[in-house]
Design a protein around this ligand. Structure first.
Ligand code: SAM
Length: 263
């Protein structure tokens, strides 16, 4: 029987399949904050941080960095990795629709399509309001999702992720059911298989994820409805000045929002 989003509870396997070089993304985020505020980024929260790749990289660069994820297993894994590397960061298990940091941060980020986990417009509005409350004036919120050309309501595509470490092979096959989102709710029920081969034995962990498809103009309308954040730009990749459009170079949808300096 399929489980709900348990792929995220098996953090060590997630890490084998998804660990990647995110340094270009981190440099882009730091440069965007500097460009908009004329000073370096001092503090950052990553929402839906998973193993905390971005959190740990920012912390290594001297930024006060915090990782937040719904799954306590992910948070435990990220904390243990940071401690093993001697990296100082803070970790919180919480829901991205409502959380309160002890002090606001200069930047908040949600990477790698994680905002798709919010399945209603109300969830997105609650999320944007929560983000705005936890930012310093002038602070930025950056979230990244797949370009609608590559994964959308009418073209989910097929996606597989693989990795191998210390004799353990992990394959995550996303969307084995060729999902078609509900045309009214815009939510797809996505069946996945986490396939693990270790000690000569292969085990399949079936899972289900609910993902919502949101187009750029809808994001903009929900951000306006939430209040407290202004849209600065929507980029097509982690490249300064590259706007999101239909050119081949534009491969992602990266929104940068800013909390006004004056309320
Ligand atoms: C695709 S993973 C991304 C992980 C990481 N940011 C990365 O770049 O690899 C999505 C993450 O979102 C988390 N998540 C899902 N729903 C959430 C929610 N409501 N609040 C906070 N985190 C959530 C999952 O536990 C999972 O770790």
């Amino acid at each position: 029987m399929a489980e709900f989003n348990q792929v995220y509870a098996r953090a060590a396997y997630y890490d084998i399949a998804f660990r990647r070089d995110i340094s270009r993304e981190v440099e882009f985020i730091a440069a965007e904050y500097q460009r908009l505020n004329g000073r370096p980024l001092a503090s950052l929260l990553e929402i839906a941080c998973g193993p905390g790749y971005h959190v740990r990289d920012f912390a290594r660069r001297g930024v006060r960095a915090i990782g937040l994820d719904l799954m306590p297993e992910m948070i435990d894994f990220a904390r243990a990795e940071a401690e093993a590397e001697g990296v100082q960061a803070a970790w919180i298990a919480a829901d991205m629709r409502g959380f309160a940091l002890s002090a606001p941060v200069d930047a908040i980020i949600t990477m790698y399509d994680s905002i798709d986990c919010l399945s209603t417009g109300d969830d997105l509005v609650d999320h944007f309001r929560t983000v705005a409350k936890n930012l310093t004036p002038g602070g930025i919120y950056l979230f990244e999702v797949t370009h609608p050309r590559d994964c959308s309501m009418w073209n989910y595509g097929s996606h597989a992720y693989r990795g191998e470490r210390n004799g353990t092979k992990v394959e995550i096959i996303w969307a084995v059911n060729n999902p078609v989102p509900d045309p009214f709710t815009q939510v797809a029920k996505v069946e996945t298989i986490l396939r693990v081969t270790e000690n000569g034995k292969t085990t399949d962990y079936p899972d289900t994820a609910h993902e919502r498809f949101t187009l750029p103009q809808e994001f903009i309308a929900l951000i306006k409805l939430a209040g407290g954040l202004e849209v600065v730009e929507c980029y097509g990749d982690f490249v300064q000045g590259l706007k999101m459009d239909n050119s081949p170079a534009s491969r992602r949808m990266i929104f940068v929002l800013r909390k006004p300096v004056e309320p």
